[in-house]
Ligand binder design. Sequence first.
Ligand code: NCD
Length: 307
Amino acid sequence: MSFKNRSIISMRDFTKEEILHVLDVASMIDENPKEYSHMMDGKIMATLFYEPSTRTRLSFESAMMRLGGNAMGFADPAMTSAKKGESLADSIKIIESYSDIIVIRARIEGAARLASNIAKIPIINGGDGANQHPTQTFLDLYTIRKSKGKLDGHTIGFMGDLKYGRTVHSLAYALSFFDTKMFFISPPDLRMPDDHLDELKEKKVDFTEVLNFEKVKHELDVLYVTRIQRERFGDELDYEKVKQGYFINRAFLQGCNKELGILHPLPRVDELSTDVDDTPYAKYFEQAANGIPVRMALICLTMGAIQ
Ligand code: NCD
């Protein structure tokens, strides 16, 4: 198993052993972050964000800086040559000569893969359209393992925009390596796409699609809530139709499993009430914080600083 000079594009590129190795390295860093504070001395990360981001970009930059490296990039492509019509391929060819590792987020599915086929340095996919968000998945898995002690034997509910939610697509695939029972809870218009469900079927995952959280709440060990991905709707009217589709607050949690952990990749909009924040179920702020050790691990591994 080697991560050196590898790109992180899709969860489909990793074996179960490789996934667990990333989580183990992240735990090691989490326990003793100071020990790693010079691992990236003199190295530069470029963050190319063609879509909005708060956590992914800033936690990658913070992770790189905590490793002793530097970070530079853009959060608004309107201020770059993309606005003048430069192709992604050309931008990558240039930026790889300015940096040692590139994190990219783009609206177009497959953009990160394209970048990795061009670049000689590691490319990390910070989210490509509705497709994949592998680094979020690593930190989601890390959070589940850290809070529950293991990844096997859980019943997990995915709730919200399962159609366009790339975090759900990545995480459901990765969890198929573990003994997991899944419920996909969404309005019919936002259900998990068939190709993803077919893939889970092939991997013999025990899953059920349900309309209603009420029916399954007592069974869930983890509830993964997502916002409606408004920016991916072709038609604003379609968005208006589904926007009130689901909602979690403290009252709805009456009768749920006492050990339930609620995750959310954030940002939240209307789907998760702030009155859940100070219940023991809320794990989403810890989850966001876990982005640091997990991204530090991914940087060290792909840069060959840790085997
Ligand atoms: C997610 C994303 O960008 O897909 N955000 C994140 O990276 N934490 C989820 C979302 O935008 O809804």
